[in-house]
Design a protein around this ligand. Structure first.
Ligand code: ASP
Length: 336
């Protein structure tokens, strides 16, 4: 019998109406088959574990990613597939982080949540949950990736981004095609799914959180740039630039970046655009960034850039190794 493990971390999805006063309250996923009887028709064995306390995903931290990864690691051999229920707000960050922490993943890890609680009449929760379980149970093909299933679309987790807070279509993956679409039948785009790696699965929980994020905008005060660059302990910075990786050519700005790089900080250039990629040197406004040693983030999302840097900085790499790993796709996070 196919065995599925559900890890319920919190978020909007897990709310039902209290039978006494009709108020929305967290749903006991231990009793999931009673609450969502449709799931019995799959004929799968479904076990669930709930976080206590349940978390709004705005409160999720790298320590919680480690906790999730360890739970999946313990259950890995006993189950065919995994579903993680998570708030949508930071789901793309968690999906990215787990994608790097799970080395040689050979089973589906499908994250989902919902925009309306499972107890609401017009909820999207049941559909998302049912489809996530079906995808996690698929043996042909096996989606051996950390994914986000939302509104009938299966996204590679480290390519997705939350782009809408009120529509059921809450996620987008602009730079990479969906892995599957659920319509009358589930249509897998097998060419887009990562090939299976025939090596033992391992969970790598060594993360280094000394990573910053700075979004550029016209008129950004130099003092703010310096304050970020001089943050104590900061080892790497994701710099959200304009268009194809462009930034101001103001000499003070370039000099601040140059000094930070000279002192050992890694600066990763990621575009503010939802789609497209960084192309250092294409415009005059990125030539100096390239010459002072800013590294191209290619077409990575900000969420995946932060997670990849936390993961790589945790691995005691030399500067050259770190740059080499940033330039290649480790889990399908960039197109090279
Ligand atoms: N604030 C909620 C969360 O991210 C929203 C949601 O679940 O969609 O936990």
């Amino acid at each position: 019998m196919t065995k599925i493990f559900i890890l319920y971390t919190g978020g909007t999805i897990g709310m039902v109406h209290d039978a006494h006063n009709n108020a929305l309250m967290p749903f006991n996923f231990g009793a999931i088959l009673d609450q969502v009887p449709e799931l019995r028709r799959f004929g799968f064995e479904i076990d669930a574990h709930s976080f206590s306390p349940l978390l709004d995903s705005s409160n999720i931290t790298p320590a919680v990613w480690v906790e999730m990864a360890r739970i999946i690691e313990k259950k890995y051999d006993q189950y065919d597939g995994f579903v993680i229920l998570h708030g949508t707000d930071t789901m793309a960050y968690t999906a990215s982080a787990l994608s790097f922490m799970f080395e040689n993943l050979g089973k589906p890890v499908i994250m989902t949540g919902s925009q309306l609680p499972i107890g609401e009449i017009r909820t999207d929760a049941k559909e998302n949950l049912i489809t996530a379980i079906e995808l996690a149970a698929s043996l042909e093909p096996v989606v051996n990736e950390v994914c986000i299933l939302f509104d009938f679309q299966l996204y590679r987790g480290n390519r997705a981004t939350k782009f809408n807070s009120i529509k059921f279509e809450a996620f987008r993956s602009v730079n990479y095609p969906v892995l599957a679409e659920a319509g009358v039948e589930i249509r897998y785009h097998e060419h887009a799914i990562l090939p299976k790696i025939h090596k033992p699965f391992r969970v790598n929980t060594k993360l280094n959180e000394e990573v910053g994020l700075l979004k550029l905008y016209p008129g950004i005060p130099q003092a703010m740039i310096d304050a970020v660059l001089q943050t104590t302990g900061l080892k790497a910075l994701v710099l959200e630039t304009f268009g194809a990786g462009n930034a101001s050519t103001n000499p003070d700005f370039i000099e601040s970046l140059r000094k930070a790089i000279q002192k050992g900080m890694l600066i990763l250039d990621v575009t503010q655009c939802l789609g497209g990629r960084v192309e250092l040197g294409r415009y005059q406004t990125s030539v100096q960034l390239q010459s002072i040693g800013v590294v191209s983030g290619e077409d990575i999302t900000t969420e995946a850039a932060l997670a990849k840097l936390m993961y790589l900085l945790g691995q005691d790499l030399t500067d050259a190794e770190l740059k080499q790993q940033l330039a290649v796709s480790l889990r399908g996070e960039i197109s090279v």
